[in-house]
Structures are given as C-alpha cells and as structure tokens.
Design a binder for this molecule. Structure first.
Ligand code: FES
Ligand SMILES: [Fe+2]
Length: 312
C-alpha cells in the first residue's frame, strides 16, 4: 500500500503558542515537532524553547520547573539553565562545563511564538515577516480556532493548489483559477471569490501567502477586510495542530460583528471542517494521475521539496 505520510517533518518555522498564552515566570510544556519541549521567557521577556529533559538525570523541566530571573530551574535537583540551554548553576556542586540541553531558535511575531525546526540542527535560513494587521489596534481582537488533525503539513498546504476540490468539497460555483507565485520559501496566490452572506452573494478576492509549510496569511478583500493568520504545527509524523486567528478591520473603532464579518469566519471554518475527513483518510500519491483542470499541484510539490533538504 502507498505510504500515508512519506515525508519527514519539514524544515521551517512552526507555531508553538500564542504570545499571550505565555506569561512571564511561567513554564509551559509543548509536545510538538516530535519533541518534548519547554517554553518560558528570559530576563528580557523573549520566549525561549528548550528540550524538556534535564541533562543531569533526565527530569522533565516542565513538570515542576520554575523560572528564576529568566532561567529555568529543574524540579529534581535545582540545576539552572539559561535561555540558550546552558547550565549556569548547580547549587550543591561544580557546574559541569558541558551540561546543557538543546535549545531551539525562537521568534515571537504576529502574536505567535514560533520555533525553527531543522532535524540537522541548522540555523534559520529565513525570517518570519511582520504582518502589520495582526497586531494593529485598528484591527479587531483576534478570534481563534484550533483543530488537531491526523495528517501532514504537506497535505494541508497542497489544498490551496488543488483548484478542483473547491468545487467538489467546498461547493464553490466553479473551479477557481489559481495563480501561484513562488519566491524562495514563500508562495503567493490570489483568487476571486463569491461568498454567500446573509445579504446575498458578495464578490471579493482572497490573497494568500505561505511562509514555508507552517504559516499562512489569507486576506479577504473587498468584503469585510479580514486577515487570517493560519499556522500548522506537526506534533509527530502523523498529527498536526492547525490554529487559525482572524482579525477584521475595525469600523468606527468597533469590532465588526454579525452579518458579513461573521459569515467570512463561518465560511473559512466550515471549509476546513470539510477538508478534515478527506485529509484524515487519504493516502499520499507520489505520482498522481492529474488532468487539465487540476491546479498547480506539481509546481507546489516542487516548491515544497526545499523543506526536506535531506530527502533528495
Ligand atoms: S534531573 Fe534535573 S537537576 Fe537533576
Ligand atoms: Fe479545502
């Protein structure tokens, strides 16, 4: 039988939490990227991500560990690690110079805390761009949705290139034409849309950008200006967490409510819920049988190969 998820976990930036979920002096445990991780803030407030297991006798730093002046103290024998994972203090003995736990490159941007995943330990090769609306006071408070799905990031990102499924899974009136532009680790596309709203069908445009396989922005234009920040984080080889955070341009200083504003969110959420059973049951065809109306599936796959550098 063809393999369900033949790809390893991709290289790139992946969301571990929303910024407002990680308070100062708090330790959070995150299971993601085939790893057990701890998340905390250093003395400057910057998020840090370390492997969870202590270099000493392997206690889990997230189970009773405490943050002290931006360092994390192990709950078992109080060895203390800084944000780079270096052990900086053993309170009852000498500090072995090599005592350290692996640390992950981390960034906090657009309301998300993200970690750079590279199984070979390489440094980040690109930055997560700033998305101005995501943190702008002119835009509404975020509305968030989250799903755990049995699939791989490769499959989720392929959805945008798969033009025909919009007609048959999501019930769009036609098969949309998808123009995709590939730019290094980024991919941009633009689609006209026709959205059913309580006030009848509305024409608009959807502009979407992917930053690797872990982060997308989708802008719904011409309807009720809406930004979706979507992230996909692999938990293990066959499970992902999908987060979607929506913000909408405020009108007269107020959050847009009801009507078209709510219809856009409902539409995106229900589309995702239509995709989930298909993703969870499908296999990955490495050499698919394609037809003329299919979208740019193979260009998408060629672009995605850069995220599996060891896989050639
Ligand atoms: S196991 Fe962490 S200090 Fe001993
Ligand atoms: Fe879809």
């Amino acid at each position: 039988m063809a393999s369900t998820f033949p790809h390893p976990l991709p290289v790139g930036w992946f969301a571990l939490a929303y910024s407002d979920e990680l308070k100062t002096d708090e330790v959070q445990t995150v299971t993601a990227l085939n790893s057990e991780l701890v998340l905390f803030r250093d003395a400057d407030g910057a998020p840090r991500v370390l492997d969870a297991y202590c270099a000493h006798l392997g206690a889990h730093l997230g189970v009773g560990g405490e943050v002290d002046e931006g360092c994390i103290t192990c709950p078992f024998h109080a060895w203390k690690y800084d944000g780079t994972g270096q052990c900086v203090e053993v309170p009852y003995g000498h500090t072995p110079p090599n005592a350290a736990v692996p640390s992950w490159p981390t960034c906090e941007r657009n309301g998300l805390i993200m970690a750079w995943h590279d199984p070979d330990g390489g440094a980040p090769t690109w930055d997560v761009p700033e998305i101005p609306e995501a943190t702008s006071p002119e835009w509404s408070d975020p509305q968030r949705f989250e799903w755990t799905v049995r699939t791989h990031p490769q499959e989720i990102a392929e959805n945008v290139a798969d033009s025909a499924h919009f007609r048959y899974v999501h019930g769009t009136k036609n098969v949309p034409s998808t123009e995709a532009v590939f730019e290094g680790p980024f991919r941009h596309s633009r689609n006209p849309v026709n959205l059913d709203t309580p006030k009848g069908p509305v024409d608009g445009e959807v502009v979407s950008s992917a930053f690797g396989l872990g982060l997308v922005t989708v802008r719904y234009k011409g309807i009720c200006e809406t930004l979706q920040v979507g992230s996909v984080t692999p938990i293990d080889d066959e499970t992902v967490v999908i987060r979607k955070s929506f913000t909408q341009e405020r009108v007269d200083g107020k959050n847009p409510e009801g009507g078209v504003a709510a219809a856009i969110l409902r539409n995106v959420v229900s589309q995702l819920e239509q995709d989930i059973p298909i993703w969870e049951a499908k296999i990955y065809r490495d050499k698919p049988m394609l037809t003329s109306g299919d979208g740019p599936i193979m260009p998408y796959r060629r672009w995605a190969r850069q995220f599996y550098p060891g896989d050639d």
